[in-house]
Ligand binder design. Structure first.
Ligand code: 13P
Length: 249
C-alpha cells in the first residue's frame, strides 16, 4: 500500500444499495491517483457491491471491519478471513476500539484474528488506542505497546512486514475531539520504534494510520505529522462528496 493511505471505515452504515450509489458518486469525483492508497471498509454484506463497482478501478482497495479467527466451521453469524478474501477484500481491520470496548474483544482474540487474516492472504490492520482514563494516567505508550505486541504475537516473522497499524485514541473516536498532530506523532513514534525492534528496517516501514474525528478540515495537518502514513476515517467518510475531498487532500 502506497502512503498516504486514506481508509474509510463505514461501520454499520451503507447497505449494498447505498454502497453502490456512494461508489458511483465517489468514483466520479475521484480520479485514479498513483501517489496514494484508497481503502474502503464497508459492512461485510456490502463488500460485494463495492467490489462490483470497482471493476475498472483496481486502484481502490476493499477491506472488512472484522473477521473470525477460525478458517471455517460452526460459528453462526461469523465471517472468516477466507470468505472475506473470496468476496474481494484485501485487508481486515482487527481490534477496532468498538470491537474491543463494545463487544469485549481481547488482546488474545486480536492475535488470533491477525494470524487468520495473514493465513488467508489478507493484510491485517491492527487497531490500537488508549481510553481517556489511560491517557490521563500517563499510560498511553504502555497501552498501545501492549496491544501491539499482543496483536502481532501469533504472526510468523515473515508476516510482520505485511500489515498496517491504526492508532485510534478511544477518546477521539466519534467525539469531535481529535488528537493534535503532535499527540499523534508522539504515539506513532512509539509504535514505529517497536515495529523496528520487532522486524528491523522492513518493520519500520509498516504504515501507521491515525484515526479519530478526522475530517476535511484537519486531515492535511494530521498527514503532515511525523510518522503519520495515513488516516482511518469514520463519520466523515460516509458522504461521497466529503470523502472525495478528503482523499484529494
Ligand atoms: P470517527 O472518524 O467517526 O471519529 O471514527 C474513527 C474510527 O473509528 C475509524 O475507524
Amino acid at each position: 500500500m502506497k502512503s498516504p493511505i486514506f481508509a474509510a471505515n463505514w461501520k454499520m452504515h451503507h447497505g449494498p444499495s447505498d454502497a453502490t450509489t456512494f461508489m458511483r458518486s465517489f468514483l466520479a469525483h475521484s480520479p485514479r491517483r498513483s501517489d496514494r492508497t484508497v481503502l474502503i471498509f464497508p459492512p461485510a454484506l456490502s463488500v460485494a457491491a463495492v467490489v462490483a463497482s470497482l471493476h475498472e478501478r483496481q486502484d481502490v482497495l476493499v477491506g472488512v471491519q472484522n473477521i473470525h479467527w477460525e478458517d471455517k466451521g460452526a460459528f453462526t453469524g461469523e465471517v472468516s478471513a477466507g470468505i472475506a478474501r473470496d468476496a474481494g477484500a484485501r485487508v481486515a481491520l482487527v481490534g477496532h476500539s468498538e470491537r474491543r470496548h463494545v463487544f469485549g474483544e481481547t488482546d488474545e482474540e486480536t492475535a488470533l484474528k491477525c494470524a487468520a487474516a495473514a493465513r488467508a492472504g489478507l493484510t491485517p490492520m491492527l487497531c490500537v488506542g488508549e481510553l481517556l482514563s489511560e491517557r490521563e494516567a500517563g499510560e498511553t505508550a504502555a497501552v498501545v505497546l501492549r496491544q501491539l505486541h499482543a496483536g502481532l504475537s501469533r504472526l510468523e516473522p515473515g508476516q510482520l512486514t505485511s500489515l498496517a497499524i491504526a492508532y485510534e485514541p478511544v477518546w477521539a473516536i466519534g467525539t469531535g475531539k481529535t488528537a493534535t498532530p503532535d499527540d499523534a506523532a508522539t504515539v506513532h513514534a512509539v509504535l514505529r520504534k517497536a515495529l523496528r525492534e520487532l522486524a528491523g528496517e522492513r518493520g519500520a516501514k509498516v504504515p501507521i494510520l491515525y484515526g479519530g474525528s478526522v475530517n476535511r478540515g484537519n486531515v492535511s495537518e494530521l498527514l503532515a505529522a511525523r510518522d503519520v502514513d495515513g488516516v482511518l476515517v469514520g463519520g466523515a467518510s460516509l458522504d461521497a462528496t466529503g470523502w472525495s475531498a478528503i482523499v484529494g487532500s
